[in-house]
Design a protein around this ligand. Sequence first.
Ligand SMILES: [Zn+2]
Length: 262
Amino acid sequence: MGLEATALPFGWPPALVASVAAALMASLGIVLVSTRPGVAERHRATLAALASGILLSTALFILPEAFAGSEAAPLAVLAGYFVFFTFGRFARRPHGRAFAAFFAIAAHSTIDGMEYGLLFSADPVAGLLGSVGLIIHEFSEGIVLLLILRTAKIPMVPAVLLALLGAAVTTPVGTLATLSVLPELSEENLALGLGFAAGALLFVGASQLPEEFGELGYRSAITAYAFGAIFAVVMMWTTHQHDHAHADEHAPGHFGSREHRH
Ligand SMILES: [Zn+2]
């Protein structure tokens, strides 16, 4: 397991801290939209655009690590992309929309939670950036689920509770599940997991969230999206400068809490 030693309140693995922060962010969105809808709506689109950019760049940065670790990684990336696409479509089905949305978003949030463990195992900066992007996007995710449930005429209190369960609680559950199996994963399976996570992040950053901030004016949308994307690239570059200076040109990745492969 490898969890027992680190799962104490002040020795939590960073992935767990990040996923609990994400759950709190989703909860904040849910509470805010149910108490002060104006404030929540004003910030939702901008936060979604910012998160989109960060997640898009993070996905691109972890792809080489995934591709270097397994030849089947492109399939894992596609699998991550299409699983999230399917959840997204399922959540929009007009019939039984509220329940479909609940299960689709709960499954999506559980996998979001799994991503924290994978990202931190690839690289601390990828973990941090992915976490920042994912935490910010949770604000929107909680709100989206609550709005769908409310549109289906579910009363406020049960709707809030269901949204908290589906969008917030599921994330740390996913992280705990991943952290418990990560130490036993082979290098190849870790690469496939990373590829899957990259595909999911790619979908969220390039497809799902851009639809959600559609109502944002074009200038704000482009600015926030590009700022998020460039912010992540600059963070990656500045924190990996040292490795760039010394890394073998042909080494697939400078990532690695694990053994380098060159
Ligand atoms: Zn998500």
